[in-house]
Design a protein around this ligand. Structure first.
Ligand SMILES: Cc1cc2nc3c(=O)[nH]c(=O)nc-3n(C[C@H](O)[C@H](O)[C@H](O)COP(=O)(O)O)c2cc1C
Ligand SMILES: CC(C)CC(=O)C(=O)O
Length: 369
């Protein structure tokens, strides 16, 4: 299907930070969509802690370094990005703005940013790819029906996606009290179009009174045994998204993953997990330089990107921040959020004496007392 190009929207001149876009987004989406976007699991401690943990880390600036000729470029799996900030997979973009995923990839292309497209997108895998002028990675939720899962992988590869991000931390959706209170449900005119026609069991913990343990949902959930099968399906690099311990990081590499994303799903799956920035270093130490380690969760400032890189991340992904931009102003909002974070990263680098990403190391971080 051909989609018209998204129209660019006006950006208010007072929107100068991710926090400003959060405020605008809240005004522009329904109360239930807001609960889905901004909320986390149960008490939302982890969702808050992802942000707070970055704020506890302070910077050790170094002065009078030679800053000539620098840049923020990064290469991952031979793919070049203008900055180490990619867009994380987020379901249902059309819930937040009519341009949906097409608005997001238009902005990402303008900013030379990579996008991870969710299995639960509201635009077809192929239609997103046709619009994209930037590397797209496909996020895979392994479905109960493995043949249909294989079909998704083949479609993504055929459409030109350049990596497969396998989400491993959500065999069941977290319990989201805020969504429950707001009565969140996907509006009837929106659909996870890539799963059309598939028998998709509900990922809710307690569905129609049926208990989780011993039930069909977990019986068909992905396990380590599926990794070799995934590997046999595709030549694309495979990343495991949702690793939070050194043990699982080591196992993921041993089982054949080509990259790791340290993530607690933005605090949306299991509350009281630690902040991702607090487990990043142990994960990086566990895998060494065998595969790239990326991380997501709580990045709201360019200085947060700097801190994640200092603790060993190859790049970060942002989730809610760019969706705030999308909700506030469509593609223009997404591009502006990326621009803001990149400008903040560049200023942080310059003032910490780092002209490129290789110069950012743990000596630039001081843990708060
Ligand atoms: C509204 C929303 C929907 C999401 N949908 C998905 C998804 O479909 N697949 C997935 O792997 N992660 C999903 N995530 C998690 C993000 O990929 C990412 O891990 C998280 O948002 C990072 O935290 P941040 O929002 O603080 O940047 C979603 C997050 C949000 C906020
Ligand atoms: C449709 C949801 C399962 C997508 C997701 O991963 C999330 O909301 O965090």
């Amino acid at each position: 299907m051909q989609h018209p190009l998204p129209k660019l929207q006006q950006i208010p001149p007072t929107a100068v930070s991710v926090g400003d876009y959060e405020g605008l987004a809240r005004e522009r989406v329904s109360a239930s969509a807001w609960a889905f976007l901004s909320g986390g699991a149960t008490d939302e401690w982890t969702a808050r802690e992802n942000i707070a943990a970055y704020q506890r880390l302070t910077l050790r600036t170094r002065v009078l370094e030679d800053l000539s000729g620098g840049n923020t470029a990064v290469e991952i799996f031979g793919q070049r990005f203008a900055a180490p900030i990619l867009l994380a997979p987020v379901a249902y973009h059309r819930l937040f703005h009519p341009d949906g995923e097409l608005g997001t990839v238009l902005a990402a292309a303008a900013m030379q940013t990579g996008v991870v497209v969710s299995t639960q997108a509201t635009t077809l895998i192929e239609d997103v790819a046709r619009q994209a002028k930037t590397p797209l990675w496909f996020q895979l939720y392994v479905q109960a029906d493995r043949d249909l899962t294989a079909a998704l992988v083949r479609r993504a590869e055929a459409a030109g996606y350049t990596a497969l991000v396998v989400t491993v931390d959500a065999p069941v959706t977290g319990i989201r009290n805020r969504e429950q209170r707001a009565g969140f449900a996907l509006p009837s005119d929106l659909e996870a179009v890539n799963l059309r026609g598939m028998r998709v069991p509900s990922m809710q913990a307690v569905d129609n009174g049926q208990l989780l343990l011993g039930g069909p949902l977990l019986a068909s959930a992905m396990t380590w045994r599926d990794v070799a099968w995934l590997r046999s399906l595709t030549r694309l690099p495979l990343l495991a998204k949702g690793i939070m311990t050194a043990e699982d990081a080591q196992r993921a590499v041993a089982e054949g993953f080509d990259g790791i994303i340290v993530s607690n799903h933005g605090g949306r799956t299991l509350d009281t997990q630690p902040a991702t920035i607090d487990v990043l270093a142990e994960t990086v130490a566990a895998v060494g330089d065998r595969v790239p380690v990326l991380c997501d969760g709580g990045v709201r400032r360019g200085s947060d990107v700097f801190k994640a890189l200092a603790l060993g991340a190859k790049a970060v992904l942002i989730g809610r921040p760019y969706v705030y931009g999308l909700a506030a102003a469509g593609a223009a909002g997404v591009a502006h959020v990326i621009r803001i974070l990149r400008a903040e990263l560049e200023v942080t680098m310059a003032l910490c004496g780092c002209k490129d990403l290789n110069a950012i190391d743990t000596a630039r971080i001081r843990h708060a007392p």
